[in-house]
Ligand binder design. Structure first.
Ligand SMILES: Nc1ncnc2c1ncn2[C@@H]1O[C@H](COP(=O)(O)OP(=O)(O)OP(=O)(O)O)[C@@H](O)[C@H]1O
Length: 692
């Protein structure tokens, strides 16, 4: 049993650790269990009418939630759900039937043995009854095993869809916020449903047993009371963590170090570990971390929590289990004429069966609370509020010119922003102001980490500024409907991923309504420089580079299972594209997006790092031509030829806008030397005429 240590500063490995971030220390107790730290929610103590009312409200809302959940599941397949519940109820009845049939058989045999003349007919009937009941039990068992997976996949798919929709609607800061991260899966829905059916079945079985046993002549109420003491004691003395609301984590430096080093054997580090020749260092560090950790247990927190310090609880439970034995032993001594070996055997059966059923009911009942909590979390996933609040103004504004060539007017006024949960001491943007009029081409330059990409993220409302305002066409960006705003923007960055879909879909999803339009996709691929790439694959636009992998081989032994290994090798085939090819595919998606005819702002953030110089030049030229008349923002490290066309150059430095191009050149510092090296092709006069 772990000792409670309030906000402890030291862990048992002797390493000084940070105490947990104290939000509301009264709300939880802190336990140290080996390398683990567990924060355990304190249960609210009922005091007064108000708290009772709260409990009542919680019970009512839990009941309503269960009702909604069960109704939803029932509507998926009413007949199968009812059959499943009936089979669970039969589980309970089955025990009573078996108790009756076995008891009857024992009694008949005993009479036959005592009288020396067995009642063959009665014995045959009893055996037949037992066989029929076993056959029925096996059949119901088979039926349950048959329909369980069907029902499970129906329920899981239903809630998978529900969770997919709920998770896809989360915006970036909400999704990154640990507190609102979805802690549920569709499997919880199935488990909760099965758990609730188990409770129903167990309860039904227990009541049937109690009714049946209480009607037997040899059993008194006293025997029944003795039989339930052990399961009640088991429940009272049990320590389980998994049903209690808690947070668990490890802050043991040696243990965390062990885990980091262990993960360095993963395939994604293999190349670097081999090339860097650091395997020896990794294993030596691992040994060192092991020595530092010493004997501190890293066993799972649940096992550590339920471990008893002394055997006292176990002994009490075992003794309580012997009370029924004591009952018939005493009775056999005091009233020998009333007891036979058969009645003692039957009593033993009753006591074992009651003990088991009660334990199961208590166990399943304690699960109901968890089921309700799981169902609540499941439904609440759809209600998680996005941190980026939607506006209600249409974009473009109804009074605006909606012809295709119009751009977006953007202005940042004293904008500061720090990423949520960021570890850095500095904000990503500090008091940034600039204005890009509609139709202008702006180039944002600056060192790594100076805040260039962050500006794009604020313009696309991936995040909201902490202070200051971003204006779009004269209105604060937050006032627009986010979907409208995004429809008017095309963004091409260095971070795009290829979806695990076909190459055609990867491009076509730039304009989802035309995702199946191969002609349009091929044209977009040509613009993005990916047409040649599509020709490389036999399946062309239908190629899926990263299909979902389900193939798995088990215990395949070298030469012996060569044929199976070869099948597995073929099943596992995936496709690869180079970094530059990936950038071409992603760029094609952006060209597809242009075909919506609604784009007013094109934001391009270093999408060409892996392209060869010709590829980069061609991509930027095609983007510029396609985006003619729209507002275009290019984030780049390279001044390149783009600067020649730039109406505005914004130079970022440590989250702030540095001086204008003219001033920066006059300073003759880093900017001037970079510019002079990279932009020798352009004359000073050309740029300074355009720069602020
Ligand atoms: N998702 C994020 N969470 C936390 N911090 C971030 C995140 N993205 C960027 N930052 C931090 O914000 C700062 C600005 O990053 P940003 O990506 O805007 O720089 P950048 O100028 O585009 O850099 P680069 O030229 O390397 O792409 C950096 O210090 C970076 O570490």
């Amino acid at each position: 049993m772990g000792a409670i240590v309030e906000n402890a500063e030291k862990v048992s490995s002797g390493t000084v650790k940070n105490s947990e971030p104290v939000e509301d220390a009264d709300a939880y107790a802190s336990l140290n269990l080996g390398v683990w730290r567990v924060l355990l929610a304190r249960e609210t103590v009922s005091r007064g009418f108000g708290v009772s009312l709260n409990k009542w409200n919680a019970a009512v809302s839990g009941y309503l939630l269960l009702l909604r959940f069960l109704q939803e599941i029932y509507s998926l397949d009413p007949r199968m759900v009812v059959l499943f519940i009936l089979l669970k109820l039969w589980d309970g009845m089955e025990t009573v039937l078996m108790l009756y049939v076995s008891g009857r058989l024992l009694q008949i045999i005993e009479v036959g043995l005592v009288e020396g003349r067995p009642d063959v007919d009665a014995i045959t009937h009893a055996i037949a009854a037992r066989l029929i009941s076993s056959t029925f039990t096996a059949t119901t068992e088979w039926m349950r095993e048959y329909i369980s997976p069907i029902l499970e996949s129906r329920i899981s798919r239903h809630f998978d869809y529900y969770l997919l929709r709920a998770n896809l609607r989360l915006d970036m800061p909400t999704a990154a916020d640990g507190a609102s991260k979805s802690q549920t899966s569709s499997y919880d829905a199935w488990r909760s449903f099965e758990g609730l059916c188990d409770v129903g079945g167990q309860l039904f079985g227990l009541v049937s047993q109690l009714v049946f046993i209480s009607q037997q002549k040899s059993v008194g109420i006293f025997f029944m009371l003795l039989a339930i003491i052990r399961p009640v004691l088991s429940l009272a003395l049990s320590r389980t963590l998994w049903m209690k609301p808690h947070v668990m984590y490890s802050d043991n430096a040696a243990y965390l170090r062990l885990k980091s080093l262990q993960s360095m054997s993963a395939s994604r580090y293999r190349g670097d570990v081999i090339a860097g020749n650091i395997a020896g260092w990794v294993t030596a560090e691992y040994r060192r971390a092991q020595d530092t950790l010493g004997n501190v247990s890293s066993q799972h927190v649940y096992s550590q929590y339920s471990m008893e310090r002394t055997p006292a609880a176990g002994i009490s439970k075992e003794w309580a289990g012997e009370l029924t034995t004591l009952y018939w032993a005493l009775n056999a001594m005091l009233r020998p004429s009333k007891f036979s070996m058969t009645s003692i055997a039957i009593l033993q059966q009753y006591s074992a069966s009651l003990n088991y059923s009660l334990q199961m009911v208590f166990w399943d009942f304690s699960k109901v609370r968890k089921c309700v909590a799981d169902i609540r979390i499941l439904y609440e996933t759809a209600n998680i509020k996005n941190l980026i609040v939607d506006g209600d103004a249409a974009y473009p504004r109804p009074c605006a010119d909606t012809s295709e060539s119009k751009g977006m007017d953007v202005e940042l006024q004293n904008v500061s922003f720090a990423y949520p949960g960021e570890k850095s001491k500095e904000s990503a943007l500090r008091d940034v102001s600039f204005h890009i009029p509609e139709g202008a081409l702006a180039v944002i330059v600056g060192a790594n980490g100076s805040g260039k990409s962050t500006i794009i993220k604020l313009l696309t409302r991936m995040y909201d500024a902490d202070t200051g305002v971003v204006h779009v066409d004269g209105l604060p960006i937050a006032e627009y409907r986010i979907a409208d705003l995004r429809q008017a923007q095309a963004t091409l960055t260095q971070d795009h991923e290829l979806y695990p879909l076909t190459l055609g879909e990867n491009i076509g999803l730039g304009y989802a309504e035309h995702v199946g339009d191969e002609e349009m996709i091929m044209q977009a691929a040509k613009d993005g420089g990916a047409a040649v790439l599509l020709d490389k694959f036999t399946d062309g636009v239908k190629t899926n580079l990263k299909p979902v992998m389900t193939a798995y081989g088990y215990q395949l032994d070298g030469e012996k299972h060569k044929a199976l290994k070869s099948v597995l090798g073929k099943l596992e085939k995936t496709g690869e594209v180079s970094g530059g090819e990936k950038q071409r595919l992603v760029a094609s998606r952006t060209f597809m997006r242009f075909r919506t005819g609604k784009i007013r702002l094109l934001s391009v953030d270093e999408p060409s790092s892996a392209l060869d110089p010709t590829g980069e030049f061609e991509l930027f030229e095609r983007l510029r031509e396609t985006g003619e008349g729209k507002t275009m923002i290019f984030v780049t490290h390279r001044f390149g030829h783009l600067t020649k066309h730039a109406g505005i150059i914004i130079c970022m430095k440590e989250g702030k806008v540095a001086e204008s191009h003219k001033e920066l050149m006059a300073l003759d510092g880093e900017y001037a030397s970079l510019y002079n090296v990279q932009a020798q092709a352009f004359t000073e006069s050309e740029i300074s005429a355009k720069a602020k």
